[in-house]
Design a binder for this molecule. Structure first.
Ligand SMILES: Nc1nc2c(c(=O)[nH]1)N[C@H]1C(S)=C(S)[C@@H](COP(=O)(O)OP(=O)(O)OC[C@H]3O[C@@H](n4cnc5c(=O)[nH]c(N)nc54)[C@H](O)[C@@H]3O)O[C@H]1N2
Ligand SMILES: Nc1nc2c(c(=O)[nH]1)N[C@H]1C(S)=C(S)[C@@H](COP(=O)(O)OP(=O)(O)OC[C@H]3O[C@@H](n4cnc5c(=O)[nH]c(N)nc54)[C@H](O)[C@@H]3O)O[C@H]1N2
Ligand SMILES: [Mo]
Length: 674
């Protein structure tokens, strides 16, 4: 028997595609992009087209596993669910009896589903009184900066980019990480629009734009200030929009006037003409739009840079047109009932401490203290692979290797993190469970129907936490909610679950040009160029750069960024053989001039190192890297790298100016032949 099931891509990507799954005799044989869903328009990326290969992968974890070898060795024995859950509940209860804050949930967006993400899991940890997790690892600098400026994580409609005359793709490799945006950008390009890409790396996206501005990492704020000054000097400002729809421009203008094209160019490592040209394009083209993405905010000044760039469409009145403005995230448009999903009321007055997921390396190694609270004694990981993805992995690995740490990992595979677990619990994939989704790159809510029965003894995240709650003796009614009941809470009455299940997706009812008349989501309805509590944004130099840390730069003269490889999604899909073989091997791109001075040949094994660690990989001598910057494409599984490490061996745990986020791309290294 053959059926077609409506699904949604669960991955942490702005595109959130609508999928049709072909199921034959209970087996998912094919996934296709839904041709009727406008953002997806029938196309899936190479990665997700391989979803069945990932789901039926021979290495799927299909039974509960208990550790038998040393931590990190990945040696396990199969146990029954009953035994695993009783033991886990017992261990957690014992720790909680001393101090429940010694237990830490660790999760991110392995699935972006509102049900399989933070619903039953959050309820469980709230009831338990576990430490809270500050989920900062990806988008917090830009997200909080955008909210400070526009009042929320909101922006243009994806589809309207097709009608822009100028698109600035700023800190984003759209073809690799936001493919369905690229389709709309291409439509605009065919209709005569100009495309400009601002990125230290010459990406496949940069190749296809009319202009590529290869600035130094972390200098975007300076570039935005330089553009602002040109807008003022040439009077390319929309004075009426500024006066009626923004607040704080005078103070910001005073800051910007110090940024001549020459000074800007010096800081950014580009030419003064590039600064002038960008300002002219931005100031004189209508409608003009910016696709900002999270790549440019993974540096110390990432938050300030986003605030500065978010000001640009206000200064020129670009928001007046539906095809003008800016999109960083659209997630704030969705009416999500977070409290209903996560039930913080179950804390019942307790106020557990919060641990930042981006400093998990340091925090797992900390002893208990008055300031920190109790030592972390147990971690429950789901929807994340911190040993591979968190910054400064030498410390993260040491933390997860602690023999006195009790670790439970809910996973599909034996990832680097699962290898460190005391228990690995088999989780279902998107084909095996029910969910509903928002998107951070478009404005449609989607449903994901279950396509197949769970493989082996896999259970959904919700079901695992439901059962754990029962073992802990939690009798609150919310722990009996089915996935459908949770899904019905997710959007409340705003988007009915019935309609969502009938149609597969629902487009949010939003104005086409949301800020044409102001109506920002701020208290005043105006764009806050000067934001309460933050003041006027300014350029904040990197922690690690030649200008800000000359002594460090003398030893480690190359700036390293580590953006995603096209065929992986963070560390997901690295173990899918067909995709890994396209990526080949872990590599670092280095400019021919930097390679020549170091005697490095294309394809040679190199050591990439700094005071934090050393990572071996192959050198790709290529003009994809600009002089002075190397690109360590991520995020490989450590155990699949030549020396059992990955690029996060070198990154640090210092946080961004706004949003307490990691500064992965603010990192000095040296490269030498191995
Ligand atoms: N194929 C694929 N798609 C993905 C992901 C993936 O791993 N693989 N990850 C998903 C996730 S979790 C996210 S958050 C999004 C991220 O979405 P994007 O933010 O669009 O992600 P990237 O492709 O990493 O884009 C980052 C780009 O920024 C550039 N960059 C680095 N530093 C700077 C800087 O200082 N200034 C500027 N202007 N540019 C800089 C990098 O070279 C890179 O090309 O993508 C999602 N989509
Ligand atoms: N150096 C460097 N480091 C980075 C980045 C970078 O650009 N450079 N990017 C950062 C960014 S943007 C992000 S978002 C983070 C991402 O970090 P993570 O959120 O940890 O993302 P993944 O590495 O994809 O790991 C997700 C895991 O969740 C599992 N999973 C998927 N679905 C389910 C499910 O339904 N149930 C359970 N239990 N598990 C599931 C997958 O198998 C996978 O192992 O990494 C960050 N780390
Ligand atoms: Mo991310």
């Amino acid at each position: 028997m053959k059926t077609l099931v409506r699904a949604a891509c669960p991955h942490d990507c702005p595109d959130t595609c609508a999928i049709r799954v072909t199921v034959e005799d209970g087996r998912a044989v094919r996934v296709q992009g839904d041709p009727d869903h406008p953002p997806t328009h029938g196309a899936l990326c190479t990665k997700v087209s391989r979803y069945p290969e990932r789901t039926y992968h021979a290495e799927r974890v299909l039974f509960p596993l208990r550790r038998v070898g040393p931590k990190g060795s990945g040696q396990f024995e199969r146990v029954g669910w009953d035994e695993a859950l009783s033991d886990i509940a017992g261990r957690l209860a014992t720790i909680a009896a001393r101090d429940s804050q010694a237990i830490l949930p660790y999760s991110y967006a392995g699935t972006m589903g509102l049900v399989q993400g933070e619903s039953m899991a959050a309820r469980f940890f709230h009831k338990l009184g576990a430490s809270l997790l500050d989920r900062t690892i990806c988008a917090n600098a830009g997200g909080e900066a955008l909210a400070a400026t526009y009042g929320g994580k909101v922006g243009m409609h994806l589809e309207n980019f097709a009608h822009s005359r100028l698109i600035v793709i700023w800190g984003s490799n759209s073809i690799a990480s936001n493919l369905h945006f690229w389709t709309f950008a291409q439509a605009a390009k065919r209709a005569g629009a100009r495309l400009v890409c601002i990125d230290p790396r010459r990406t496949e996206t940069a190749d296809k734009c009319h202009q590529h501005i290869a600035l130094l990492p972390g200098t975007d704020g300076a570039l935005a200030l330089g553009v602002m000054r040109e807008l003022v000097v040439n009077d390319w400002l929309d004075h009426d929009y500024i006066a009626r729809r923004t607040e704080g421009w005078e103070a910001l203008r005073d800051k910007a006037m110090a940024w001549t094209p020459e000074r800007t160019a010096g800081v950014c490592g580009i030419t003064a003409d590039e600064v002038r040209g960008l300002a002219r394009d931005w100031g004189t083209t209508k409608p003009a739009a910016i696709r900002l993405n999270y790549g440019m905010q993974r540096v110390r000044g990432g938050g300030n840079a986003v605030r500065l760039i978010a000001a640009l469409p206000c200064l020129t009145g670009a928001w007046g047109h539906a095809a003008g403005g800016l999109l960083l995230s659209s997630s704030g448009w969705f009416p999500v009932n977070k409290a209903g999903l996560q039930r913080p009321d179950l804390l019942a007055g307790r106020k557990p401490r919060t641990i930042n997921m981006s400093t998990i390396g340091d925090d797992l190694l900390r002893d208990g203290s008055a300031a920190f609270g109790p030592k972390v004694e147990a971690v429950v990981v789901y929807n994340s692979n911190p040993v591979a993805v968190a910054p400064e992995s030498p410390k993260v690995v040491r933390g997860f290797a602690r023999e006195d740490l009790f670790t439970v990992v809910l996973e599909h595979f034996l990832t680097d993190t699962a290898d460190h677990a005391d228990y690995v619990l088999p989780a279902t994939t998107q084909l095996e469970h029910f969910d509903v989704h928002l998107s951070y790159g478009h404005t449609y809510a989607l449903v994901n129907e279950r396509a197949i029965e769970p493989l082996g003894e896999a259970l959904s995240n919700t079901e695992i936490f439901r059962r754990l709650a029962a073992r802990m003796g939690y009798t609150d009614a919310c722990f009996a909610d089915t996935d459908e009941q949770i899904a019905a809470v997710a959007f409340g009455d705003h988007i009915g679950l019935e309609q969502l299940r009938r149609d597969g997706w629902v487009k949010l009812p939003l104005p086409d040009a949301p800020f044409a008349e102001g109506r920002f989501l701020t208290p005043s309805g105006k764009c806050q160029l000067d934001a309460p509590g933050l003041g006027v944004p300014d350029y904040v130099p990197n922690y690690e750069s030649a200008a800000s840390a000359p002594e460090l730069a003398a030893r480690y003269p190359l700036a390293m960024i580590s953006p995603p490889a096209r065929h992986f999604l963070n560390s997901t899909f690295v173990n899918v053989t067909s995709l890994r073989s396209v990526e080949g091997q872990p590599l670092v791109e280095i400019h021919p001039s930097d390679a020549a001075t170091r005697g490095i040949a294309d394809g040679a094994m190199v050591r990439v190192f700094n005071d934090r660690g050393e990572y071996r990989c192959a050198a790709s001598v290529s003009e994809r890297a600009r002089p002075g910057v190397v690109n360590g494409l991520g995020i490989w599984w450590r155990k699949l790298g030549p020396d059992g490490t990955n690029v996060n061996e070198l990154t640090h745990q210092r946080l961004t100016d706004i949003g307490r986020a990691p500064s992965f791309y603010d990192c000095l290294v040296e490269v030498a032949a191995a």
